[in-house]
Design a protein around this ligand. Sequence first.
Ligand code: ADP
Length: 354
Amino acid sequence: RKFLEEVKERKDLYNRLIELKGNIRVFCRCRPMNAQELEAGDAMVVEFESAKDGEIVVKGHVSSKKVFRFDSVFTPEENQELVFEKTAPLATSVLDGYNVCIFAYGQTGTGKTFTMEGTQDERGVNFRTLEELFRVIREREGLFRYELTVSVLEVYNEQIRDLLQPSGAAPKRLEIKQQAGAHHVPGLVEAPVSNLGEAWGVLQAGSKARVVGSTNANEHSSRSHCMHCVMVRGENLVSGEHTTSKLWLIDLAGSERVAKTDAQGERLKEAQSINKSLSALGDVISALATKSPHIPFRNSKLTHLLQDSLSGDSKTLMFVQISPNEHDVGETLCSLNFASRVRGVELGPAKRQV
Ligand code: ADP
């Protein structure tokens, strides 16, 4: 009982913080310069002097500088563990019955996959969140019971593809249906998982299927949204209360603008679908942040799929990933502007003179 009280206390505290700050967070993460860029002597245009205060400064041409403010800013030196320290409370929120969406947004090559998927040695948000989920589930054993299922899908050219369907099965085109006020994707595989190993195995099987189905895996993955959904059904064994919540872990398609003259045929169609879904996502999140009466969920498959998880008292975290390189400054400014708009906070005058 004491433990339950503590859990409730923490939950209340967190909710009070949410009320104060809103339930949409934006973290900005900058990748390091890579060996090639260092060798070429490329300049860095991003400054981190006030990163601890959530500020990032981008040097434009000549002497102009632009300041952006986010909930957290991670410098190129800050590792996966540090990033996860600030992300971990969301895993507990899912087990408390909240819907949670975690996105990585940005230009291709800025570390979206590094942040979400990570590598074998430097695990990303996906693995660490699953690990945290199962850690808290163990901690709550005897007081709560949880059942988890995992789905993996991608959205490419405004079509939803199930990445867990049995191999050899003909690709199914999935649609979103609304039933009793909730949005479902009938036929989507939901794999039951009972520990970290199983859950991670399912996520990896999904990633593999994504690669198998495409001729150029890298290009394909930068042009489609990769979405992992963990469905959590919980039961409070003391009060008998039941909760159902969803955790979405999403590696978005690259946000780079495609020059109109470069794109034709299939490439143009891809670019248009990405544009459509990313701007729909921006519109939806900023409409939610500013408590607009109309939230345009239906404008893309991505936002339609996430409708239940983004509305209500759900919690959203977006990583805006950027490059420090002078040659990427145009895309960097676009991403930071997008992320500021998403946060629903108009940019005020800079705190300091820069
Ligand atoms: P994206 O998914 O946005 O296209 P990637 O995650 O593939 O980008 O990252 C591009 C490259 O940069 C990869 O080799 C990745 O390992 C590296 N990288 C990105 N972010 C970091 C970081 N914070 N620390 C170290 N390496 C990084």
